[in-house]
Design a protein around this ligand. Sequence first.
Ligand SMILES: *Cc1c(COP(=O)(O)O)cnc(C)c1O
Length: 394
Amino acid sequence: MNDPLVARMRAFGTTIFAEMSALALRTGSINLGQGFPDTDGPPAMLERAIEAVRGGANQYPPGPGVPELRQAVSEHRKEHYGLAYDPDGEVLVTVGATEAIAASVLALCEPGDEVIAFEPYYDSYAASVALAGAVLRPVTLRPDGGRFTFDPAELRAAVTSRTRAILVNSPHNPTGTVFTRAELEEIADVCTGHDLTAITDEVYEHLAFDGVEHIPPATLPGMRERTVMISSAGKTFSVTGWKTGWICAPAPLVRAVQTVKQFLTFTSSAPWQLAVAYGLRHELGWVSTLRAELEAKRDRLMSGLAAAGFDVYRPAGTYFVQTDIRPLGFTDGLALTRELPVLAGVVAIPTQVFYAHPERGRHFVRFAFCKRDEVIDEAVARLARLGEGTGRTG
Ligand SMILES: *Cc1c(COP(=O)(O)O)cnc(C)c1O
């Protein structure tokens, strides 16, 4: 039988996460692939979700989201970033950041429009752009001085008369880069100069390390009016299974995205919305502790990977460490990660799957550190055997 899948989605078969998580299960490997924490979120917030179910919050909530959450998101934006969004009309609750990204691209891009995204990019970006019949224009992030960044000239060269939007993810998965003000000014300059909409994925907004500041692109001059600012509770509160996200944007942009969102899911689950409203109001202290713990886990994993022989890039945020496998004598991250469960009993993600041109990221492999210390230690002990088996010297 011919493939029943529409042509524009055929390049998006099984995600690498499904493949690698299945491999981890089958081989009993430690899974440092998919980025989900192996500990729970703030207990009082979890209780709030249970209370919401018991208290009868079990029918369709309003399409834009429950008022409590829209209000809490609005207050959070004001307090943290000085950005004012009206909870009635400028905030929309979504089924995670993933739906927010898909609905934004579907709402704002005509078929044939172009969308710029920095590669390597979160895998849903290319799929959302393809669903919209739009065209993705990648701008490559490359290592420079120990972190991944872009060449402003390449960004400017990526703009054409068909460019409609730019997807900006900071703190950035999978490289760990947190864009500096200077980098964001380059992006803002392109957006304002070419009248582009910025769709900003800020799901790691609270997970920047070493005192590095997360700067929302909407705070730059001329940007608030053209930015769809996206975030989510999953990473902030270690509840990736709750799939509760939101967008903040001027009313016309929110109306456009909501027009699409209402026919994808109409609304998202009521109990989680109420619990996340509680979290944003009462649990940001818990998030500060999480950030400090994750920073220590990053260091723990980085030193282990370096000792095992990888070249390691220091992430300024997120759940992930980016490595270069060439010092170990390997050249292809996809081949290595498929073998790694047998070689070392560890699963990781080949970064090349996040590129429009996989060869640009062939030698990079991503490891997640949002795991318990003993899990990281065991993974690192296993990976230490890797260098021994490959004939690497020195
Ligand atoms: C995890 C993640 C998402 C998805 O967030 P959900 O709220 O789970 O949909 C989006 N973007 C990036 C960069 C992520 O790492």
